[in-house]
Design a protein around this ligand. Structure first.
Ligand code: SF4
Length: 242
């Protein structure tokens, strides 16, 4: 059992916002922990590369990349917050929300723009959209309710803009100069998807999370989940019942 289960990450809370969220899985992940992932970490490497691109362009040209300007995003990127301080208590301290956004810009009018990067095909109807919206709303809530001033950050903070920048891979190989002796170049097309503040919705999500986590045992599994069905089938073959 995790001792720190009261600390709820923006991503874990966001998963609960998905239409097919499994409350049992949420309880287990939060109370016991995530199983190790067999998937490669290439996407987090690309997200980190995206941050380096922004900082490299800033260093060379003293301004954010053109696509940021086209999206109406301007400002100075702040040093990424550390999860040890980018957190706030909620529900009277029963839970602590935390998370680390990919980018925070201090805009010319002194407000913050919080941006997450997604390396994925850009679709208006992204099935993970509720998760991303919850994540960004958590970041905004944390930024605006810091307990104490932080170097380089305004205090109090006002978050004016939230959104996602999708780096959509360009997969057509239409120019020979993308291929060279040591490998090949891959391009990403930047797409902007603003996210609205949804404070009441976030409050309801936090309340729901607390209600689930207050249960002494995990809630029933999602009946539509194929993974649980497979586990039950394996258990019955092994003689373990359901
Ligand atoms: S129903 Fe699926 S999602 Fe829920 S606990 Fe079982 S395996 Fe996890």
């Amino acid at each position: 059992m995790r001792r720190d289960w009261h600390i709820l990450s923006a991503r874990t809370l966001g998963a609960l916002a998905l239409p097919d969220a499994c409350e049992r899985c949420f309880w287990i992940r939060q109370k016991i922990g995530e199983p190790p992932s067999p998937f490669p970490s290439i996407f987090s490497h690309i997200d980190s590369y995206s941050k380096k691109v922004l900082h490299a362009v800033l260093a060379w040209r003293q301004r954010v990349p053109d696509w940021f300007m086209q999206f109406g995003l301007n400002g100075e990127p702040l040093k990424p917050p550390h999860f040890m301080w980018f957190k706030i208590p909620v529900l009277g301290g029963r839970l602590v929300l935390r998370g680390v956004p990919d980018e925070i810009l201090l805009t010319p009018n002194g407000t913050l723009a919080i941006v997450d990067y997604k390396t994925a095909r850009f679709r208006e109807a992204d099935s993970l959209r509720p998760l991303y919206e919850a994540q960004l709303n958590v970041y905004a809530r944390i930024a605006e309710r810091f307990q104490e001033p932080r170097p380089d950050y305004p205090f109090p903070c006002d978050v004016e803009t939230l959104g996602l920048i999708y780096y959509d891979p360009v997969t057509e190989v239409d120019r020979a100069d993308k291929v060279h002796a040591e490998g090949f170049l891959m391009e990403f097309r930047a797409c902007w998807s603003p996210v609205a503040r949804r404070d009441d919705w976030l409050d309801e999500l936090i309340e729901r999370a607390w209600a689930i986590l207050s249960l002494p045992a995990p809630p029933l599994p999602n009946p539509a989940c194929k993974v649980c069905e497979a586990y039950r089938a394996i258990a019955s073959v092994m003689g373990g019942g359901s």
